[in-house]
Design a protein around this ligand. Structure first.
Ligand code: ZN
Ligand code: ZN
Length: 248
């Protein structure tokens, strides 16, 4: 029983770190500027993002800006309308790799989309070592398993911190296909309550596509946005500043 509690705790520990980076820092701050980062926090994000999440922040921002520009058209990097609901899993990964290659080759069509981001594609990605963060977290997971004499605990930690393929698929596929719509937008975005809860507010894609510059993704009282809650806590700790002046 105790092992299960430790496993759940390490899963949540990894998951919360990952979601803080991806939902708060990559998405709401870096991509949409709904949250303002100071120079120190911005440098920290550029240096550590890839190591904590396994995904390069600049590539992620570029891919996500393309998603907003071309939502649910053929140019959308991960639309279920193009790839099918289950095909998004592989489609989003292939698009990510392709966008990263274009950035590394300094293709102006792509670099111009992220020219405001004050750091380069991460060092591991520049030198074909993008697998390295996964190895580092694998070693940490192995060490935890050894320390607690329980494989489950190491697996739980790894699944939490490296959960982005599942989160990404849920948001990109399910929250662009199943759920309620509060706004008429020019895409297939939906507000999926389950994805909204599990992926810390990211499942409210319809609200977010209607108000892309708002840090808070929920609109209705029953739409819970944990990511916005984390943003408020981080703001109280002085790590970032929520941009409350943008209204759309
Ligand atoms: Zn979307
Ligand atoms: Zn967005």
């Amino acid at each position: 029983m105790t092992n299960w509690i430790w496993a759940l705790s390490f899963f949540l520990f990894g998951y919360i770190i990952n979601m803080f980076y991806i939902s708060v820092l990559y998405h709401r701050a870096l991509t949409h500027k709904a949250i303002i980062l100071g120079p120190k926090m911005m440098s920290w994000l550029g240096l550590t993002g890839g190591w904590f999440t396994g995904l390069d922040p600049k590539t992620w921002a570029c891919m996500h800006r393309l998603h907003h520009m071309y939502s649910d058209t053929e140019k959308d990097p991960h639309s279920p309308s193009t790839f099918g609901v289950f095909g998004v899993w592989v489609g989003q990964y292939k698009s990510y790799l392709q966008i990263q290659q274009r950035l590394l080759k300094n293709d102006p069509e792509y670099t111009s989309l992220v020219s405001d981001i004050p750091f380069d594609v991460g060092i591991t990605n520049r030198y074909n070592l993008s697998w390295l963060p996964y190895i580092v977290h694998g070693i940490l997971a192995f060490t935890l398993s050894h320390f607690f004499q329980s494989q489950l605990i190491g697996v739980a930690y790894f699944m939490g911190i490296m959960s982005h393929p599942v989160q990404g698929w849920m948001v990109n596929a399910l929250a662009h296909r199943f759920g309620h719509r509060n706004f008429e937008t020019n895409d297939q975005s939906t507000n999926n309550t389950f994805v909204g809860l599990f992926v810390f507010g990211e499942g409210y894609q319809n609200n977010h596509h209607h108000f892309p510059k708002r840090a808070k993704f929920s609109v209705k009282w029953y739409e819970v946005d944990v990511g916005y809650g984390m943003s408020l806590v981080a703001e109280a700790l002085g790590l970032l500043k929520i941009n409350r002046f943008t209204t759309n």
